[in-house]
Design a protein around this ligand. Structure first.
Ligand SMILES: CC(C)(COP(=O)(O)OP(=O)(O)OC[C@H]1O[C@@H](n2cnc3c(N)ncnc32)[C@H](O)[C@@H]1OP(=O)(O)O)[C@@H](O)C(=O)NCCC(=O)NCCS
Length: 192
């Protein structure tokens, strides 16, 4: 079994071009929803089409409240003008899968290509060890070359392919499963 090298650490608190990476709080729900809605409109590389998102700021606030201290988290990338991206990591809810977290990432087009996506992935890797997360996994559309390049650069490996599992802009599309093992070991479960 191989482990990717730990990511290089950006300076504490801030990283790229005055972008702060920080955990989302319930008060961020409106800003997070606005970013998700903007991504629904501007990219077809994420799952939802613009009229399919039903969650509200209230739902998001309640969810963020529940995440505190758990093996799941939402980290925001916040620039001088507000939130420009996020990463959502959901840890498994049972003892046998709680060290695995499924990751979704989105960065607004206006903030792309400046290291925000890389910074969000590094932020999750810094968060993971203290929350018992040993493995990150995600799916990415096979034709999303930019995202795939980012994940591979950050140490994710392709582990499988879901053939023609999506219809995107009227065309069938494949999705890749990608995963990355982190150096931290999952905590031993307490005795029964
Ligand atoms: C895919 C996505 C997350 C990438 O985010 P990003 O912030 O653009 O990612 P980064 O800037 O860290 O890296 C992207 C590129 O910018 C380059 N880059 C990184 N830091 C940089 C910097 N400081 N200055 C200039 N370029 C930089 C990287 O080398 C990389 O180049 P490459 O694509 O040729 O490898 C973002 O484009 C996105 O959310 N797209 C729409 C939704 C999506 O596809 N989500 C993923 C679904 S699985």
């Amino acid at each position: 079994m191989t482990h990717a090298a730990p990511p290089s650490e950006p300076p504490a608190g801030t990283t790229i071009a005055r972008v702060l990476f920080r955990e989302a709080r319930p008060a961020d729900a409106g800003a997070l929803l606005a970013v998700k809605q903007q991504l629904d409109r501007e990219t077809s590389f994420m799952l939802l089409e613009p009229d399919e998102r039903t969650e509200t700021a209230q739902n998001i606030a309640a969810d963020l409240q529940c995440l505190a201290g758990s093996n799941s988290v939402v980290i925001l990338a916040e620039g001088p003008g507000g939130v420009v991206g996020y990463i959502d990591a959901r840890g498994g809810e049972f003892r046998r899968n709680r060290a695995t977290a499924y990751v979704v990432i989105g960065v607004l087009a206006t903030a792309g290509g400046q290291g925000v996506g890389s910074g969000l992935l590094r932020a999750i890797e810094r968060w993971a060890p203290a929350h018992g997360v040993h493995r990150l996994e995600l799916t990415v559309m096979a034709h999303n070359e930019r995202a795939r390049r980012l994940y591979e650069r950050m140490g994710f490996e392709v582990e499988g392919q879901r053939r023609e599992c999506l219809t995107v802009d009227g065309e069938l599309a494949d999705e890749l499963y990608m995963g990355k093992l982190l150096p931290s070991r999952p905590a031993s479960p307490p005795p029964p």
